[in-house]
Design a protein around this ligand. Structure first.
Ligand code: ADP
Ligand code: MG
Length: 255
């Protein structure tokens, strides 16, 4: 079982889109996938087609109340994908966990009994306890980078956090890579940002770039991964390519 977090404390960079579409892509390839929504906004929960109003248990019960995983996960409408959903209750967890025992390892412990090929964790746009729990539970992480101004802003802070996690809580945490998102081939800016990121981070940047594609932004409002919403869209092609590329990285020795 491989656990991967999708993190960047900047909001709106494509974490949730990448999480939902990677889960669907892996599921289509026959992998059994658990998507874990660690963002109180619950965008990946609703984006993958789960009604938040009807839930009996969620990530909050899993990491705060210690309810067993089997009671907190539900199947999604998509092939091979189950979900630990998030509700707004999770916003309180960030504060409630501060005084809790083993507050950084709650998610890791909760996922110990999981029986999936892949667990993909969608992080909130912050470096608080919820992201920390995700990085402690994870074997590896993917950092989406939006091809816009200030793309690299905050990245050194994220890298510092990763180093701290490695030296104190999870020595084995690997960086799978940086994923360029919302790439617009028509603009100079996108090209410049992509070139700069590739220059600085070299082979750590995934070859696949996710194009800016309106179908990707429409899909969540229908509660559908892009592959099911519009199979022939450039977004589907890109996310399927990315899914295969990341699978290859996971399978390679360096991970
Ligand atoms: P995050 O989880 O980092 O906040 P999201 O995945 O929610 O980022 O993306 C932010 C917004 O941009 C959302 O409205 C989403 O639908 C849109 N979006 C994400 N990726 C793309 C893309 N490749 N093309 C067009 N819109 C995108
Ligand atoms: Mg998000």
């Amino acid at each position: 079982m491989k656990l991967t977090a999708i993190a960047n404390q900047k909001g709106g960079v494509g974490k949730t889109s990448t999480c939902v579409n990677l889960c669907a892509g892996l599921g289509m390839l026959g992998k059994r996938v658990l998507m874990v929504d660690m963002d109180p906004q619950g965008n990946s929960t609703s984006g993958i087609g789960i009604e938040r109003g009807t839930l009996e248990a969620s990530i909050y019960e899993l990491i705060v109340d210690g309810l067993p995983l089997e009671e907190c996960l539900i199947p999604s409408p998509w092939k091979n994908v189950s979900v630990v959903p998030a509700t707004i209750d999770l916003a309180g967890a960030e504060i409630e966990l501060v005084s809790a025992m083993s507050r950084e390892t709650r998610l890791k412990k909760a996922l110990e009994t999981a029986k999936f090929d892949h667990v993909i964790i969608d992080c909130p746009p912050s470096l608080g306890l919820l992201t920390l729990n995700s990085l402690v539970a994870a074997d590896s992480l993917i950092i989406p980078i939006q091809c816009e101004y200030y793309a690299l802003e905050g990245l050194s802070q994220l890298m510092n956090t990763i180093d701290l996690v490695r030296s104190h809580l999870n020595a084995a945490l690997k960086l799978d890579g940086l994923l360029l998102t919302m790439y617009d081939a028509r603009t100079r800016l996108s090209k410049d940002v992509a070139a700069e990121v590739r220059l600085r981070f070299a082979e750590k940047v995934f070859k696949t770039q996710i194009p800016r594609n309106v179908r990707i932004s429409e899909a969540p409002s229908h509660g559908m991964p892009i592959q099911y919403y519009d199979a022939s869209s450039p977004g589907t092609t890109a996310y399927n390519k990315f899914t295969k590329e990341v699978l290859k990285r996971w399978q390679s020795k360096e991970g």
